[in-house]
Design a protein around this ligand. Structure first.
Ligand SMILES: *Cc1c(COP(=O)(O)O)cnc(C)c1O
Ligand code: SF4
Length: 346
């Protein structure tokens, strides 16, 4: 498993010293790989990938924590973890039907950064920052700079929720909310916990997978220690992402009383085989994580080369259901603008 770039990559990243007051995960995020040439060098990939990577990284920069890169197989341009993060020339090719805001999210925000699309739950876009840049992400074109941050911004969101007793769950999303410091998240969580009709606080984050050091004592203290039932939806697409440190982080969450779910995106060349999806569900089960959604790709420009057609997607999930207990089969869904929830593909 530890086949690769670990030593060399991590050692060249910096002096390994934390800035004052900095948590380990914050240092690791600061030291993440941001230069396509460096990733290509560290993983001994063909030099022919460089021009495309540089061009595509100008549209959406490369970002990958060194620990995640260390799980990739050196010399393999088709590695399923690498494909999720390596910018490719394919991204620069416009494809009909693939647009910059496929979900029309601009249209369902009652307040800046607050999405209220589905009954009983609201989604707060807490930040535009992520710990990894996933090449297929629909947020790659999101106008995050429009979203002000901090208490002055989330208090109106709290007031909106407080006025609507039918809302019992708040989702923190982004970007990735766990790129924010614990002090800020804890303050936000405390403000929501003071609203009596709220019952659950849900976080959608990829950090437990790509930067498992994020699941530290400071995080568990506020997230698992508050009044609201904590739910964490992680995002793993391939069994190899469930490295020992990730499994340990997921188990810590479970032990602390957090409900941990996983959502994946169905991605060509990453996880579009029955064997791959089967191995992912089993690896999640071993970590105490419940498979939740398998998303059909949002048709965002630059991501067309990841698309799997709907018929093949349905066939994959049917074959998966023949092999696994029902509770390990994720629901195949697509997000359609204007629908009251994720739309099942049946
Ligand atoms: C996906 C999503 C949710 C959560 O949907 P669940 O089916 O509850 O997981 C809520 N709000 C928005 C805007 C979403 O996109
Ligand atoms: S929002 Fe999630 S899927 Fe998109 S780039 Fe960030 S971590 Fe990846």
């Amino acid at each position: 498993m530890e086949k690769s770039a670990h030593g060399s990559g991590a050692a060249s990243a910096g002096n390994g010293l934390a800035a004052p007051g900095e948590a380990t995960w914050q240092r690791l995020l600061r030291e993440a790989i941001r230069d396509p040439d460096e990733l290509i060098t560290v993983l001994a990939l063909p030099a022919s990938l460089r021009p495309g990577a540089q061009a595509a990284a100008r549209l959406f920069p490369l970002l990958v924590p060194r620990g995640f890169a260390a799980l990739m197989t050196p010399g393999d341009p088709a590695d399923p973890l690498l494909r999720q993060v390596l910018p490719l020339a394919d991204e620069t090719i416009p494809t009909p039907g693939y647009v910059s805001d496929p979900l029309h999210e601009g249209e369902c925000a009652p307040l800046p950064g607050l999405l209220h699309k589905y009954h009983g739950r609201v989604l707060l876009v807490t930040t535009g920052a992520c710990a990894v840049h996933c090449r297929y992400c629909f947020r790659r074109h999101y106008p995050y700079q429009d979203r002000p941050r901090g208490p002055a911004w989330w208090r109106p969101a709290c007031a909106y929720v407080a006025d609507r007793p039918e809302i019992d769950e708040v989702l923190l999303s982004g970007g990735d909310p766990l790129t924010l410091p614990d002090a800020q998240l804890a303050a936000l969580a405390a403000d929501f916990a003071a609203i009596p009709h709220l019952r659950r606080l849900r976080i959608h984050s990829r950090l437990p997978i790509v930067l498992p050091e994020r699941i530290d004592d400071a995080f568990l203290a506020w997230f698992a220690g508050g009044r609201l039932r904590p739910v964490l939806v992680v995002h793993a697409n391939h069994a190899r992402e469930l490295a020992p440190a990730v499994v340990a982080a997921c188990r810590r969450l479970g032990t602390a009383g957090v409900t941990v779910l996983n959502q994946s995106v169905l991605l060509r060349g990453v996880n579009d085989t029955v064997d791959s999806l089967d191995a992912l569900s089993r690896a999640l089960a071993d970590a105490g994580v419940q498979p939740y959604y398998l998303h059909q790709l949002d048709r965002v420009s630059g991501a067309a080369h990841f698309a799997v057609d709907d018929d093949r997607a349905r066939g994959l999930v049917r074959a998966l259901a023949d092999r696994l207990p029902g509770y390990l089969v994720p629901r195949l869904v697509r997000e359609e603008p204007g629908q009251p929830g994720k739309s099942p593909l049946t």
